[in-house]
Design a protein around this ligand. Structure first.
Ligand SMILES: *Cc1c(COP(=O)(O)O)cnc(C)c1O
Length: 396
């Protein structure tokens, strides 16, 4: 029920149900198909492939992380291998690398898209080649609803024989170079966690160009049961499949994807036209080849000109019960990955993603956010920035 409390919390990206989910979930109850697998899982896989274009195959999973884990296994990642990965991302992109006994090599962002820097990637590939090493895979991350510059990245990986695992967890509905995100990798992973553009409460999807990959993913995700009348196992599998009930929620959510993208883009446009015009405040850039979903509206706050640090702005929003978050802390700067290698966009300068982390903020972006809530966020941000500036001048 919509609340009228003008001080009610505004969340970063809460689940947004539209009612379309109900029929699919009711059908699962009516047919007692509450177990994992079932017609909603098949339907959800089919409809996701349909939304992404032709020639794709899918395996619905219990999380996006599970899809990334399976994807790395399908690409043959073994203990001791190197796996390239965007540094500026959520930890779930990189955790499965270590869990397979492989070592991540992190790649910086480019300023143009905030995503994997083709220049840093090229330097990593040639440096490693000189050392006689070919990475087993490259995990590209389509951050905050925006694809990577695949026109540059894909040929580089192809030249070095490195397959791409596209972490499109945040980018369902986005396009890069005219093609949907999730279609650039040999394998792609989506997430339907509660905060993503569509949700199944928890869930994910592995999408592959090869039918054999998708089939192998389904096999591994259901405990790797060999075809036999009894329980026969030759491989260690996982319990990674999505439930029929959750898949029903996903089918309903997917039907409204276009409206969700439009709303998130409109929210970003509102922020950009208001607080994006304040000195020192800059929206995440959208290159001409990109059509971002603006899954999260991300901005940088330059303390030298904004008169306020990112953290001061976060604190001001928190006092008004508005949930905002810093942008992702780069993986190469995490204690978890201390000592790992990282290739910077420009080796003569500090990594781009370190600055994006120091100054970056994600503002409430949910597709269910009402105009009055959006106005409250904009107003509070305005007051925080203007207020700090006035105080700074007053004491100067
Ligand atoms: C959400 C997310 C994941 C993980 O998805 P889960 O479904 O939560 O396991 C992976 N990578 C990125 C970039 C994400 O944002």
């Amino acid at each position: 029920m919509p609340t009228t409390d003008p001080h009610a919390p505004i969340l970063l990206s809460p689940p947004h149900l539209t009612g379309e989910e109900r029929a699919f979930v009711d059908e699962a109850f009516r047919t007692n198909w509450i177990a994992p697998l079932g017609p909603n899982v098949d339907g959800f896989e089919r409809e996701m492939c349909g939304a992404l274009g032709t020639g794709l195959h899918a395996c619905a999973t219990c999380s996006g992380t599970a899809a990334i884990h399976l994807g790395l296994i399908l690409l043959g990642v073994q203990p001791g291998d190197l796996v390239l990965c965007s540094s500026f991302t959520f930890v779930a992109s990189a955790n499965p690398i270590r869990q397979l006994g492989a070592e991540p090599v992190f790649i910086d962002s480019e300023p143009e898209s905030w995503n994997m820097s083709p220049a840093a990637l090229e330097r990593a590939l040639t440096t490693l080649a000189r050392e006689g090493r070919t990475p087993r895979a490259c995990i590209t991350v389509d951050l905050y609803g925006q694809g990577c510059d695949y026109a540059a990245i894909a040929p580089l990986c192809a030249r070095h024989g490195v397959p791409i695992l596209e972490d499109a967890a945040e980018a369902l509905g986005a396009h890069a170079h005219g093609l949907p995100c999730g279609t650039f990798g040999d394998i792609a992973a989506f997430s339907f966690n509660g905060n993503k553009i569509i949700t199944t409460s928890g869930g994910g999807m592995l999408v592959a160009r090869s039918a054999a990959h998708a089939e192998r993913a389904r096999f591994l995700a259901t405990q790797a049961r060999e075809p036999a009348p009894h329980y026969e196992h030759a491989t260690a599998g996982f319990n990674y499949r999505l439930s029929n009930l959750c898949a029903g929620v996903g089918r309903g959510q997917l039907r409204t994807l276009a409206a969700r993208v439009a709303r998130r883009r409109a929210i970003f446009a509102q922020y950009d036209a208001t607080i994006g015009r304040l000195p020192g405040v800059t929206g995440m850039p959208e290159p001409s080849w990109s059509r971002s979903t603006r899954w999260l509206s991300a901005f940088t706050v330059d303390p030298r000109t904004a008169g306020c640090t990112r953290d001061q702005l976060l604190a001001a929003l928190a006092t008004e019960r508005i949930e905002a978050r810093p942008t992702w802390k780069p993986m190469h700067a995490q204690p978890l990955f201390a000592g790992t290698r990282m290739f910077a966009h420009d080796p003569a300068r500090p990594p781009v993603c370190e600055q994006l982390f120091a100054e970056g903020i994600c503002l409430p972006s949910g597709s269910g956010m009402r105009d009055a809530e959006l106005a409250r966020v904009i107003d509070c941000t305005h007051r925080a920035l203007a207020g700090t500036r006035t105080r700074t001048h007053a004491t100067a």
